[in-house]
Design a protein around this ligand. Structure first.
Ligand SMILES: NC(=O)C1=CN([C@@H]2O[C@H](COP(=O)(O)OP(=O)(O)OC[C@H]3O[C@@H](n4cnc5c(N)ncnc54)[C@H](OP(=O)(O)O)[C@@H]3O)[C@@H](O)[C@H]2O)C=CC1
Ligand SMILES: CC[C@](O)(C(C)=O)C(=O)O
Ligand SMILES: [Mg+2]
Ligand SMILES: [Mg+2]
Length: 490
């Protein structure tokens, strides 16, 4: 199998990368109708499998699971997830032949084996769905001609897909139909109904392509969403300890700080996050973010180039073939970092204190969101998609760190995201370590305010102007206006 994207002509590459239309809420008037009464079988019951299935069932659809025999016989976590939630579970032979829609929610590494095993059992004219297009785009999986192939990709961890749904909201979702597999022309209606069933239509749905999803998803997760939050956690913690900040306080500031500061981002973009700082702190955070952007820009660009050229997927697949040696080594090393090993202290930190004592963290978030957005849009990814993969999803990932630190984040995200996160982290830490060490001690762990609150008017106006006029803020204002059901977490 060849990398599908690399087999396309330049014209087709640009066409598919540029596919991204923000859908109007009126386009979801049919609700879940296209899937009503259809037998939906999900392969795998992990992070996405369980949570998407729960939402779909609550939306009135007929959902059951199929697991590999060992998972059933050994009553593994996936079996427990499904049965404790009263879903029917069966083997491939028992469940797949009657499925109208088979949703593949196994790890990307397993997709070639899983799809090759399930395809012969699928009935003529059924639909196969993915939540990430790696197998189609990077591995070039060929699917039987009579089958429809769709993608419904929540731009969020599975846990938040469920939590947001329970709050009456949803997570932005990207839908696509594989152009090589839509023999009956039903793919879009089914993908739309599926997005309604998981709650995605309340947050925003992008009509897109497998190619655009894969290239943007890989970039977001490696850089700002997971990679930089990991690097920032480890370096900011070590800096605070070196500066004599209490370890329990430092641990708590980081564990819950990302969630608190990025919640401001979710509601009002970078502008609102920066507005939570005093004027002098805002100027300091702005300048730090500009310096960090200059240092990290080549790394963000390298990740984007490697993803576009298929270099990233090639190296990750080499690791798959090598028993995941890199992934497992990096995972173990993350567990040994001082931040990860130091429990959060029993200290009160007010919501405002997370901003006032986290200027460097705010600067990192701003730098990472803007750089990821810039690298994606410069490569032909459309602004809406780049916004979801940089700004919107950052708070959803930050929520996972608040639960059980980097362990939780790396457990909840896909193995593909976890691999990319470590790859970025290992390159980014040495790049910005010195900058973080030399940053003034009041940039993290201590109140920034040195007593005076004065700023130069002209400088403040210029800083505000630069923050507000970044393209991620312009598209963000438009997209957030349609997220009317968004609720407050922190
Ligand atoms: N994690 C996330 O939040 C997101 C994930 N995605 C995408 O969703 C898909 C699923 O990822 P994720 O939810 O993280 O996966 P998980 O690792 O959480 O879930 C894996 C599930 O697949 C089963 N499984 C593993 N290996 C096999 C195999 N060889 N054959 C059959 N079943 C297998 C596991 O069951 P058992 O081992 O017990 O058999 C488990 O139920 C991926 O394509 C990912 O990119 C998209 C957006 C976000
Ligand atoms: C951010 C990681 C992700 O892409 C996701 C949760 O959206 C994943 O693959 O897990
Ligand atoms: Mg994603
Ligand atoms: Mg992903």
């Amino acid at each position: 199998m060849a990398n599908y994207f690399n087999t396309l002509s330049l014209r087709d590459k640009l066409d598919q990368l540029g596919r991204c239309r923000f859908m109007d809420s009126s386009e979801f008037g049919e609700g879940v109708e296209a899937l009503k009464g259809k037998k939906i079988v999900i392969v795998g019951c992990g992070a996405q499998g369980l949570n998407q299935g729960l939402n779909m069932r609550d939306s009135g659809l007929d959902v059951s699971y199929t697991l590999r025999p060992a998972a059933i016989a050994e009553k593994r976590q996936s079996f427990i997830n499904a049965t404790e939630n009263n879903f029917a579970v069966g083997t491939y032979e028992e469940m797949i032949p009657t499925a109208d829609l088979l949703i593949n929610l196994t790890p990307d590494k397993q997709h070639t084996a899983v799809v090759s095993a399930v395809m012969p059992l699928m009935k003529k004219g059924a639909t196969l769905s993915y939540s990430h297009g790696f197998n189609i785009v990077e591995e070039g999986m060929q699917v039987r001609e009579d089958l429809t192939v769709i993608m419904v990709a929540p731009k969020s961890p599975g846990s938040e897909v469920r939590e947001e749904y329970k709050r009456g909201f949803g997570v932005p979702t990207l839908i696509a139909v594989h152009p090589e597999n839509d023999p009956e022309g039903k793919g879009w209606d089914q993908a739309k109904a599926y997005a309604v069933a998981t709650g995605g239509h309340t947050a925003g749905v992008l009509e897109s392509s497998f190619v655009a999803e894969v290239k943007s998803d890989l970039m977001g997760e490696q850089t700002i969403l997971c990679g930089l939050l990991q690097t920032g956690s480890i370096l900011c913690f070590d800096k605070m300890i070196a500066e004599g900040v209490d370890a329990g306080y430092a641990s708590k500031l980081i564990q819950y700080g990302w969630e608190t500061i990025t919640e401001a981002l979710k509601h009002g973009g970078i502008t609102n996050m920066m507005d939570r700082l005093s004027n002098p702190a805002k100027i300091a955070a702005f300048n730090a973010s500009e310096e960090l952007k200059d240092i990290m820009r080549p790394l963000f660009q390298k990740h984007m180039d490697d993803i576009m050229e298929g270099e990233f997927s090639k190296t990750m697949m080499e690791d798959w073939a090598n028993d995941d040696v890199n992934l497992l080594t990096w995972r173990a090393a993350t567990g040994e970092t001082n931040f990860e090993k130091t429990p959060a202290g029993d200290v009160e930190i007010s919501e405002q204190e997370y901003f006032d004592n986290g200027v460097l963290m705010v600067a990192m978030v701003k730098a990472g969101v803007e750089l990821a957005f810039e690298a994606m849009t410069e490569s032909g990814i459309i602004d809406e998609s780049a916004y979801y993969e940089s700004l919107h999803e950052t708070p959803l990932i930050a929520n996972t760190i608040a639960r059980r630190k980097l362990y939780e984040m790396n457990s909840v995200i896909s193995d593909t995201a976890e691999y990319g996160c470590y790859l970025f982290d290992h390159a980014c830490k040495p790049l910005i370590e010195d900058y973080v060490k030399k940053a003034p001690s009041n940039y993290v762990g201590r109140a920034f305010n040195d007593g005076g609150n004065g700023v130069d008017n002209k400088e403040l106006i210029e800083v505000n102007d630069a923050i507000r006029n970044h393209p991620v803020e312009e598209i963000g204002e438009f997209l957030r206006a349609s997220m009317t059901a968004m609720t407050k977490i922190v």
